[in-house]
Design a protein around this ligand. Sequence first.
Ligand code: MG
Length: 166
Amino acid sequence: MTLVGIGYDCHRLVEGRPLVLGGVEIGHDRGLAGHSDADVLAHAVTDALLGAAGMGDIGQHFPDTDERWRGADSIELLRAVVALLAEHRLAPANVDCTVIIEAPAISPHRERIRRRLADALGLDSGRVNVKATTSEGMGFVGAGEGAAALAVATVGDAPPAGGAGG
Ligand code: MG
């Protein structure tokens, strides 16, 4: 059985915030605004997993009205969703995602992001693909007002507890 889900998120770029994408802090003069660390990529991946599992969205599980999630490390939220899937005997199988941001260039950070996401997902990094694009100067991304991310995830049956080979 393979289940598929999509995720989309966007956040505003502002001064005085770190830029965190896929759990990796990237040097830049502005960062993403939000209740948590506003990691737009981690949020899109988390929503894709929840979508595949039929478990709603990130806002239902980690509401931005809840003080517990203020400044939250979104990779930890992603890990929590992977654990939630495991409770339902589900596990991520692969993730493909795209960051849409005008600057800075993501390619120098791509492998670190990939490994960080793969670690949180419990996957080999070969099962996690990270892409990036600009918006060619158009719209809110092109104007540098914000960044967006898209993700697709597949989820399958989790291996039996105790691992294979027993
Ligand atoms: Mg978000």
